[in-house]
Each structure stands twice: as structure tokens, then as C-alpha cells.
Design a protein around this ligand. Structure first.
Ligand SMILES: Nc1ncnc2c1ncn2[C@@H]1O[C@H](COP(=O)(O)OP(=O)(O)OP(=O)(O)O)[C@@H](O)[C@H]1O
Ligand SMILES: [Mg+2]
Length: 315
């Protein structure tokens, strides 16, 4: 194992009873920058964070965090990391607002300030960033889940600022745009496995640089739609029977687009319209997990701190 990595995990596996939660996960996180673990509900993100942060033991596998083994040197690891997010209660998701307050403390802001609205935190962030000397690695488990758009933007600024200050930020997210926007590298997890890893650009390349969207003519009927989808097989990254649209991975060259159109519409009477656009991380997610990604913004909600406020912990 090398030391130029902030985190190196090899062959992590974890089961609860007969339920396999992580299935041989490998992760290599470079020092510095932002690393995003992107995946849907139940993918194993929080479990992975808990293992990396020494809170849960993996059944098998080896992990080094900040140059130390989480199994045998967990004190050394804990001294170098900070953690916030869902780890405190797996079934009771911590809100992004709580994450923000945690960040406020982390940045050594007086807690009075840390408790104020995220935008106020943001205003002071330039000051706060300079105070960050430690920790080396910060784990943020779904830092923006439940945040209103302004607070979400503030959190993005904070994450970017931390990375600029030299901290390695390991964050989990269900939001593609967040990973795309923040992360230097992204690992896509689904069903306890890493299904893809790389920069956003590399991941987009993996499913073809472009996507051809075709809309079938209404007159062609539903059988034509089913036939086209069947014909394309896994090359159809999206299929919407109601809209009669199919998205197909392509390199975007005229030759390939023409060949695809000829293939699905030899009689030239099925395709009503088409459109070629650059692949998004949504396409990547769909192609890799066969499920649409969550891109919708959470509804703005008022978050009221409770008397027994659940504290995030600087481990
Ligand atoms: N202590 C536990 N006992 C039993 N099952 C667990 C436990 N912790 C997690 N799981 C299960 O492991 C799977 C992965 O959970 P995990 O919390 O790691 O997913 P996640 O990617 O963080 O999901 P979310 O996006 O909802 O936070 C889920 O099916 C979950 O129910
Ligand atoms: Mg989670």
C-alpha cells in the first residue's frame, strides 16, 4: 500500500446476518481534493464511511486511512479524521442543517455563529477556511440532503474551501449534479459494489460521449416502440413508452447516428424526431445501475433544532 493515498480500501466486505451490504469494495482516494461516493438509497455508502472512519469493522478487507491501518491503528486514524453525517443513526438521517452546524464547529467558529443560517456561515467562510489545519480527512455523509438551495450552495462552497485548504474531503451523495460539481473523483456504488470509478469526464466517456434521443412517431404504435427497445438491448440507456422516446449511447459521429437511425428505422417511418446531446452523469448512473438517479432538489424545509439536538462528533 502506498502513502500518496488518503484512503486505500481493498476487498471490503460486510454482511449483517445473511444480508450482504458491501461486496468486495475497493477504493483509492488520492490525498487532497474531493472524492464522492455516489449511490442510491441502501447502496452501502454510510456503511463504507463507518468502516473507513473506524466505527464499524469490515468482515474482510484492508483499509488504510491517512497512512494508518483502521484495524490495528484506529487511534492514529481517528486523530486525523473528522466525521459528520448519517453515521450517528442509520435509520434517522441527519439533516444537512446539522451537517452545516457541525462544519461550523469544525471550522472553529463560535457555536452561536455556527447555528445561524448557512448563508451566514458562508459569509464568514473565507475567514474560517484559514483556520483549518486539521483534520487531514473529512467524511461528509450526504452533507446536503434536506438542505434548501441556498444552504446547499453554502455547503458546496464549504466543501470546495476545505479542499482548497488541503483537506481530503470524502463525501457521499445521491445527487449526480453534486458529485459532478464538487468531486475530483467519483466512485459509483450500487448494491454494495463499486460499479464505476473515475473523474466525471471519464465516467461520461464510459457510456459514450453523446446520447441520441429518438422520438417515435405516434402512428408507429406501441409495438414499434417495444420492437426498437428490444432491438437496441442494453444500448438503450433510457426508454419512456409514454413519450415514445428512447436514449441511445453514441459517439455522436454522423456515421454512427445515421447507422443507428437506419438500424431502428429501416423503413424511415418510425422516428419522428431526434436529438444528440452530451452525456450527463444521469446517463452514466442509468447505464450502470439500471435506475434513474435522484436529481430533484429536496423541498425546502424548515429545520428546527430540538432540545436534545443530535451532535455530530469530532472523532
Ligand atoms: N446495522 C445494520 N443492520 C442490518 N442492516 C444494515 C445495517 N446497517 C445497514 N444495513 C443495511 O445495509 C444496506 C446499506 O445501508 P447503508 O446505510 O450503508 O446505505 P446508504 O448507501 O448509506 O443508503 P442511504 O442513501 O439511504 O443513506 C441497507 O440495505 C441497510 O438496510
Ligand atoms: Mg447512508
Amino acid at each position: 500500500m502506498t502513502t500518496d493515498l488518503a484512503i486505500e480500501a481493498v476487498g471490503l466486505a460486510k454482511s449483517y446476518g445473511s444480508t450482504s451490504v458491501l461486496d468486495h469494495v475497493d477504493l483509492r482516494v488520492p490525498r487532497g481534493g474531493v472524492f464522492a461516493l455516489l449511490g442510491p438509497n441502501g447502496a452501502g455508502k454510510t456503511t463504507t464511511v463507518r468502516i473507513l472512519a473506524t466505527l464499524t469493522r469490515a468482515d474482510t478487507g484492508h483499509v488504510r486511512v491517512a497512512g494508518h491501518d483502521v484495524g490495528t491503528q484506529h487511534r492514529e486514524v481517528r486523530r486525523r479524521i473528522s466525521l459528520t453525517g448519517q453515521y450517528a443513526a442509520l435509520d434517522e438521517a441527519q439533516t444537512g442543517e446539522e451537517n452545516l452546524r457541525m462544519m461550523g464547529r469544525l471550522l472553529h467558529l463560535p457555536s452561536r455563529l455556527a447555528r445561524r443560517h448557512a448563508t451566514e456561515l458562508l459569509e464568514r467562510f473565507d475567514l474560517a477556511a484559514g483556520l483549518v489545519g486539521e483534520p487531514e480527512i473529512i467524511f461528509l455523509d450526504e452533507p446536503t440532503t434536506g438542505l434548501d438551495p441556498r444552504s446547499r450552495a453554502a455547503m458546496w462552497e464549504i466543501v470546495t474551501g476545505l479542499a482548497t485548504a488541503g483537506v481530503t474531503v470524502f463525501l457521499t451523495t445521491q445527487y449526480l449534479d453534486e458529485a459532478d460539481r464538487l468531486a475530483d473523483r467519483i466512485a459509483v456504488v450500487d448494491g454494495g459494489r463499486v460499479v464505476a470509478e473515475g473523474t466525471a469526464a471519464q465516467l461520461k466517456e464510459q457510456v459514450g460521449g453523446r446520447r441520441l434521443d429518438v422520438e417515435l412517431a405516434a402512428a408507429a404504435g406501441p409495438e414499434a416502440f417495444a420492437t426498437v427497445v428490444r432491438q437496441l438491448g442494453p444500448r438503450a440507456v433510457t426508454a419512456d413508452p409514454a413519450q415514445r422516446t428512447v436514449g441511445i449511447a453514441t459517439d455522436g459521429t454522423a456515421a454512427h447516428v445515421r447507422a443507428l437511425l437506419d438500424e431502428i428505422d429501416a423503413g424511415r417511418d418510425r422516428v419522428a424526431r431526434f436529438d444528440v446531446h452530451t452525456t450527463t452523469l444521469d446517463d452514466v448512473f442509468l447505464a450502470l445501475t439500471a435506475r434513474p438517479a435522484r436529481t430533484a432538489r429536496p423541498a425546502p424545509t424548515e429545520v428546527r433544532p430540538t432540545a436534545t439536538e443530535k451532535e455530530s462528533e469530532h472523532v
